[in-house]
Design a binder for this molecule. Structure first.
Ligand SMILES: *[C@@H]1O[C@H](CO)[C@@H](O)[C@H](O)[C@H]1NC(C)=O
Ligand SMILES: *[C@@H]1O[C@H](CO)[C@@H](O)[C@H](O)[C@H]1NC(C)=O
Ligand SMILES: *[C@@H]1O[C@H](CO)[C@@H](O)[C@H](O)[C@H]1NC(C)=O
Ligand SMILES: *[C@@H]1O[C@H](CO)[C@@H](O)[C@H](O)[C@H]1NC(C)=O
Length: 427
């Protein structure tokens, strides 16, 4: 990434606007740029207005406009995205780009913190002038300090890293205090989101850091009931799955190829789950699945890690997505992307982008208490409405909405976040 490369060369903290800096600080250029942008917006608005009148398409329908701008550019939607201006703070590299030296940082299930940052840097909603911004993105990567013991991200340093970033931006620029942080955006992509702990009990006890409570948190964690770890303004986002990986699997096995595995699950399933400070992994749901269906030939259940698991998903009809410590799992995205019907077993889960992804039409939900009836439930679906669900699932729009691309693409996951932000503006 060009941007990350240039960040590395910089020393110390640097927040001046790019345009002011690069053109010898001359104000004229800056105003010229704003003027030019204004003209561009007006012409684009007129174009979109004319197109939507001409085609009699409702202006709110996403994806009704295409073809004007270059393919890499975001095709902005009139009225909502066009008003959006996001300022991306330029923080010293220790907050973000330094972590990328570990390649896993940009690819693992929590990597949306990296992906959203990259996408915003290149996006048309980015403004270099914080005084016109309606949102401020704080790019801190907290999930890449991998433990040398078990390889999992160590979240212990997250609060400190974030609070020092906030101290920096609030001392260097006036915008943090302007609205008491409420227009500032953070990504919290790990288990219990802004509570920064993988275990619910500890997460709740530690709570959301005081300085983030007014802000907007983009988080994978989401439940429909009240929960202290979603007490800040938030947008539920999908876990990160590399679009390149999905693409490479799909190029060998098309989504419509025959699926010889009826029910698939690969992942941690404890035979005798331990009581970890009052909690059992997956509330013992995975253990029940293993006990009841471990010898059932319809079920392909595997406990070991296997790097080729995506080629198993693309061979499967149903993919189980049971809760782990937290309700969400990367399997939700992997199954949808690879055309396997997700079977969601996580009571009360709040799923990402409900407006763009018709979850009830593309997945099945089984209550945790009914996990012992999985076999019967899935047989029934296979005999009745499976092909309808698969048809809904194969809508490319659904898949696109759950994947993050390096450059924002119309309808992709970052795009859905921008839509959600612009809706906050309208309120
Ligand atoms: C990474 O986490 C460890 C704790 O496992 C901590 O000691 C270390 O300071 C962290 N590294 C950074 C750069 O924050
Ligand atoms: C700003 O937010 C803090 C909570 O983080 C709150 O205690 C304080 O009253 C707020 N101040 C204003 C001026 O709204
Ligand atoms: C799990 O451990 C906690 C103490 O940490 C205890 O209070 C609870 O009764 C235990 N639960 C079960 C089902 O054994
Ligand atoms: C398919 O049938 C199951 C019950 O058998 C039902 O819960 C589900 O909503 C149906 N899905 C669709 C998309 O019709």
């Amino acid at each position: 990434m060009e941007v990350f490369g240039s960040n590395k060369k910089r020393k110390g903290f640097y927040v001046r606007m790019k345009l002011l800096r690069s053109r010898h600080g001359k104000a004229e250029n800056y105003f010229f740029f704003r003027y030019f942008k204004w003209i561009l917006w007006v012409s684009l608005s007129f174009y979109f207005f004319a197109t939507s009148i001409g085609n009699h398409r409702p202006a709110t329908q996403l994806g009704s406009i295409s073809g004007v701008l270059s393919h890499a550019a975001v095709r902005l939607q009139p009225r909502s995205l066009m008003q959006l201006r996001v300022y991306v703070y330029e923080l010293p590299s220790k907050y973000n780009s330094d972590w990328i030296s570990n390649e896993r940082c940009g690819n693992h299930l929590f990597a949306s913190e990296v992906a959203i940052h990259k996408a915003l840097l290149h996006s048309q909603v980015r403004t270099f002038d914080p005084s016109v911004a309606n949102f401020f993105f704080v790019p801190v990567y907290v999930s890449c300090n991998f433990s040398t013991v078990n390889g999992f991200p160590d979240m212990v340093h997250a609060r400190g890293l974030l609070s020092s970033a906030v101290e920096l931006i609030s001392s260097e620029l006036p915008f943090w205090y302007r609205n008491n942080g409420s227009d500032h955006i953070f990504v919290a992509s790990h288990d219990y989101g802004a509570c920064f702990h993988a275990m619910e009990g500890r997460a709740v006890a530690e709570g959301i850091p005081e300085f983030m409570k007014n802000s907007i948190v983009l988080q994978t964690f989401g439940v429909k009931y009240h929960h202290p770890c979603q007490d800040a303004e938030n947008i539920v986002i999908p876990p990160y799955v590399s679009p390149e990986k999905v693409q490479s699997i799909m190029s060998t096995l098309p989504i419509t190829s025959r699926r010889d595995i009826f029910v698939f699950f690969r992942g941690k399933m404890e035979v005798h789950p331990k009581n970890v400070s009052g909690q059992f992994y997956s509330k013992r749901v995975r253990t029940q699945i293993l006990r009841k269906y471990g010898n059932d030939r319809r079920f392909y259940l595997r406990r070991r890690r296997f790097s080729g698991y995506m080629s198993e998903i693309v061979r499967s009809v149903f993919c189980l997505c049971p809760l782990g410590w937290a309700p969400w799992s990367p399997r939700l995205v992997e199954s949808v992307a690879l055309g396997c019907v997700p079977v969601i077993i996580a009571d009360g889960i709040r799923l990402p982008f409900g407006d763009a992804v018709p979850w009830s039409e593309i997945s099945l939900t089984v209550a945790e208490k009914d996990v012992g009836k999985l076999g019967r439930i899935l047989d029934h679906v296979a005999a009745t409405n499976l092909s309808a669900i698969q048809r809904n699932l194969r809508d490319p729009k659904v898949q696109r909405a759950l994947l993050f691309n390096d450059d924002v693409e119309e309808g992709d996951a970052t795009w859905q976040i921008l839509i959600a932000l612009s809706e906050k503006l309208a309120r």
